[in-house]
Design a protein around this ligand. Structure first.
Ligand code: ANZ
Ligand code: ZN
Length: 839
């Protein structure tokens, strides 16, 4: 007998798959096409367990689809632009490109060691001109069709580092490096008109039946279609007024103030004669631009002293504030506040001592006053004159009707979705292919001059965008008038790169972004798998980009991702010590001895606290490096672990015992293969049935991405084979088992396939066929009860008549003993299920 040597087997089969290009997808294949895709990784340096889990799931599906007769496209590439490379450049003095490409090489090696069935011939990295040049061409096409435009927009400006900061670089309103208070600055920036597709992006969600409900809901909320109204407030005793936007016109009788944004023209006008207001406006502008910043910042207002008249009562006057929570670029940049039914308004009202009047009440709460929490639920209108007693939606309609009749307001639809600002003031991204000319304005770079390549000779010694201060790069002649002009120095948001990479995977000619017919032959992606952290932006942008390309006639695909699956995280136990000053020191599991109750450090014996099981992260020191595990157990055990135990959408706790169990299982499989008795005769009907049920069940589970269920069935079958006596059935079961485990444990399966003398690769073998006759049970287990208590069981032919069952039950040894000669009062028989004897 031989032992399974995973490291030798892994290397050997990986080399063979590589040399034979086993997983190369054939565009011209006549087989049905299947596109399996996992979200491509950012080349941060190392593959982590989260990647391994993600790619193992996709790999099982891809390999299974191959075995079921599909031509499978399963590609891999690199989302290679972005800030970490620039940070590395600053910290380690290494060029972002050098850093990124080195990371790609080492991560590719790691992925190869896991034996993924990937078509490496289609590998791409978004940081290479061979990719981003085509992106520039598409960007120009979208510009031509009016889907790209420029507009002034605010950025986070770090006044000390003299640089634009991304939202994630602003921490508590301060620059992450300088610690300086971040300012908002207006810059002319590039935008994509995603709002043109808002309706369609929303409607399309209804067709995405194979997406998680929660992701569809998140997208729906992000797009945020709301029915609302615009209404005008007039100044009391002065000419003029302003429009506000509201989604709760029903609450108009609960209004207690109005407020405008700091950037609102009225605020700007008033500020000209008010230094106090000027100071207040400056203060508002110091808050970060991210929605989250505004949500968490303290609500502040400046009373303008002006009063406005309530549209439903000429004698009712409300104050007008300038408020930091009102955004200029949403609705009209002005609101009326109803503190009883909006938390922001309530906080504001409590602070400035404004009235709080409930106007919506659920059954029986008419008289209950609002405390510190606004009521945002359903109910009927109260304190609202002609609206009293109406439900919220009816009251909205009634107000809108009256306003439209009297001419002071109009019903509208409003979207939360904003146009997508794609300008980034960074080096490591796709250069935006435009030239600024003093004579001609903004001029597109002619397509013949693409790609606009990033210059290599840049330095990161001083903050700011290296493209901006490069001595020569930006100085070019205008393509229209040939006079000296300047290149655009902004680069594209990296979400643009990931909005179409799946199309480029499907088809990658040199001379155009993709070949339409070939791309359409693969798309949409049948199954997309990735982290839920991309549930909103990446997926929405990719859905938009696909629609935009369809709109300009480049491709006829409605939705890019037919099926979506978001997998859970890989978690691991944490250990820590709390120091006297409250600081927490984390320890890696490898530094700790623990019996689950008490944990001590291996070297000093000092006690440590057993923390929670949390997502693997460097900061908590609970990371397990896949490479080391592969070294120890081989790829198949790691892959098996990733699929076992936890449902794929749930978190998977890493454990030493778990991986060892998987390793033992791989060896059990090997012992069966190695010990096969081909000469054995005879049929084992039970085993035949178990085998065929497993063939059918595992197929169904894999299709439904229920990998843990498939694994459980394979454990059961393996156990049944181990227990079975030698027979022809047993030998067949072992041969078949090799194919059944091939998607999960491909190296062992190839090794077994070869050992068993089969031809070709198991990767190319067909999935075994389940015999329908063997899927039906012809025997059933009958429970035999006395007075409702289980006393015995019978295994009998299905459909056995009542009297025969009764006779068998009365003869069952345990029943005879229990009854001890007593005559039963009554016997209840449920065919195929149970016999209950009442004694
Ligand atoms: C009165 C009101 C009463 C409101 C109430 C809400 C609850 P969504 O649903 O997210 O679209 N609003 C309008 N324009 C704003 C702006 N530029 N900046 C900040 N807030 C603004 O939000 C719509 C609601 O947000 C609007 O409805 C308005 O407050 C506020 F019980 O009007 B509401
Ligand atoms: Zn010009």
């Amino acid at each position: 007998h031989t032992r399974f040597n995973p490291l030798a087997a892994d290397a050997r089969w990986q080399k063979i798959w590589d040399e034979r290009e086993t997983f190369r997808a054939d565009d011209a294949s006549a087989k049905p096409k299947s596109y399996v895709l996992e979200m491509f990784p950012y080349p941060s340096g190392r593959i982590h367990m989260g990647h391994v889990r993600n790619y193992t799931m996709g790999d099982v599906l891809a390999r299974f689809r191959r075995m079921t007769g599909h031509e499978v496209l399963h590609p891999m590439g690199w989302d290679a632009f972005g800030m970490p490379a620039e940070n590395a450049a600053m910290e380690k003095k290494v060029h972002p490109g050098t850093w990124t490409r080195a990371n790609i090489q080492s991560m590719k090696k790691q992925l190869k060691r896991l034996g993924f069935a990937l078509d490496w011939s289609r590998e791409l990295a978004t940081c290479e001109p061979e990719y981003y040049g085509h992106e520039q061409a598409l960007f120009l096409d979208l510009y031509k069709s009016g889907l790209v435009y420029r507009k002034e927009s605010a950025v986070n400006w770090d006044p000390v580092d003299m640089t634009v900061l991304a939202n994630e670089q602003v921490i508590d309103g301060k620059g992450w490096r300088s610690g300086a208070v971040v300012e908002k600055r207006k810059l002319s920036q590039w935008f994509l008109k995603i709002t043109d597709f808002a309706d369609d992006l929303l409607a399309g969600l209804g067709d995405l039946k194979d997406w998680p409900e929660k992701v569809r809901l998140m997208q729906e909320n992000w797009i945020g279609k709301s029915q609302g109204m615009r209404l005008t407030f007039h100044f009391s005793g002065a000419p003029g007024g302003f429009e506000v936007f509201t989604t709760r016109p029903d609450t108009l009788y609960g209004a207690s103030f109005t407020a405008i944004a700091a950037e609102h023209p009225i605020a700007q006008e008033l500020a000209r004669n008010s230094p106090e207001l000027q100071a207040f406006i400056a203060d508002c502008q110091a808050t970060g631009t991210a929605a989250a910043d505004i949500e968490t910042a303290e609500k502040k207002g400046f009373d303008t002293g002006l009063r406005v008249t309530h549209p439903l009562d000429p004698n009712w006057h409300l104050p007008l504030y300038v408020a930091n929570f009102v955004l200029m670029d949403y609705g009209t940049g002005a609101v009326f506040g109803c503190p009883a039914h909006d938390q922001r308004d309530l906080d504001f009202a409590r602070k400035y001592d404004l009235p709080v009047t409930r106007v919506v009440a659920p059954e029986g709460e008419d008289g209950v006053a609002i405390g510190s929490e606004a009521y945002t639920g359903p109910g009927r209108l109260v304190n609202s004159h002609f609206l009293n007693g109406m439900a919220v939606e009816d009251a909205k309609a009634a107000i809108v009707a009256r306003a439209q009749h009297e001419g002071w307001g109009i019903g509208t639809t409003v979207w939360r979705l904003r146009d997508w600002g794609v300008s980034r003031q960074r080096y490591w991204g796709t250069p935006i292919p435009f030239i600024h000319c003093d004579e001609c304005g903004v001029v597109p770079v002619p397509k013949s001059q693409l790609p606009v390549k990033l210059p290599e000779d840049v330095s990161f010694d001083i903050p700011g965008n290296p493209l901006d201060r490069h001595p020569t790069w930006k100085h070019v002649d205008c393509p229209q008038c040939q006079k000296p002009a300047r290149r655009e120095t902004d680069t594209l948001d990296t979400f643009v790169d990931s909005s179409w990479y799946f199309i480029r995977f499907a088809s990658q000619p040199d001379d155009q972004p993709f070949d339409r017919a070939v791309a359409e032959s693969w798309l949409p992606v049948g199954q997309y798998i990735g982290g839920v952290e991309h549930a909103i932006l990446h997926l929405l942008y990719a859905r938009f980009w696909t629609r935009a390309l369809k709109h300009i006639g480049k491709i006829d695909v409605a939705e890019p991702f037919q099926g979506l699956f978001t997998q859970g995280m890989v978690t691991h136990i944490t250990y820590f010590q709390k120091e006297a000053d409250g600081k927490i020191l984390w320890y890696g599991p490898e530094d700790v001895n623990s019996d689950g109750q008490i944990a001590t450090l291996k070297d000093s014996g000092a006690k440590v606290t057993i923390g929670r099981i949390e997502k693997m992260s460097k900061s908590k020191k609970n990371v397990v490096d896949p490479d080391l595990i592969v070294d120890q157990y081989g790829a198949d055990a790691v892959r098996w672990f990733m699929l076992s135990d936890s449902p794929p959408e749930r978190d998977l706790p890493w454990s030493e015992a778990g991986i060892e169990g998987c390793w033992r299982f791989v060896n059990r499989l090997w012992r069966l293969i190695d010990g096969i008795e081909d000469a054995a005769q005879g049929q084992d009907k039970d085993l035949d049935r178990k085998l065929h049920k497993t063939i059918a069940g595992v197929a169904t589970d894999i299709e439904a991405l229920g990998f843990n269920k498939a694994v459980a069935k394979l454990y059961e079958l393996t156990g049944a084979i181990e227990k079975a006596k030698p027979s022809a059935s047993r030998a067949t079961a072992i041969r078949t088992l090799v194919r059944l485990v091939a998607p999960m444990a491909p190296h062992l399966a190839e090794e077994g396939w070869e050992t068993l003398g089969e031809t070709g690769l198991v990767a190319d073998a067909a999935w075994p066929t389940a015999d329908p006759a063997l899927l039906i049970d012809d025997e059933v287990t009958i429970a035999v009860q006395i007075n409702g208590k289980l006393r015995d069981t019978l295994t009998v032919a299905k459909g056995m008549p009542k009297d025969e069952l009764e006779a068998l039950a009365l003869a069952a040894p345990n029943v005879v003993r229990q009854l001890d000669g007593e005559t039963p009062k009554k016997i209840i028989v449920v065919p195929d299920r149970l016999v209950n004897i009442v004694a």
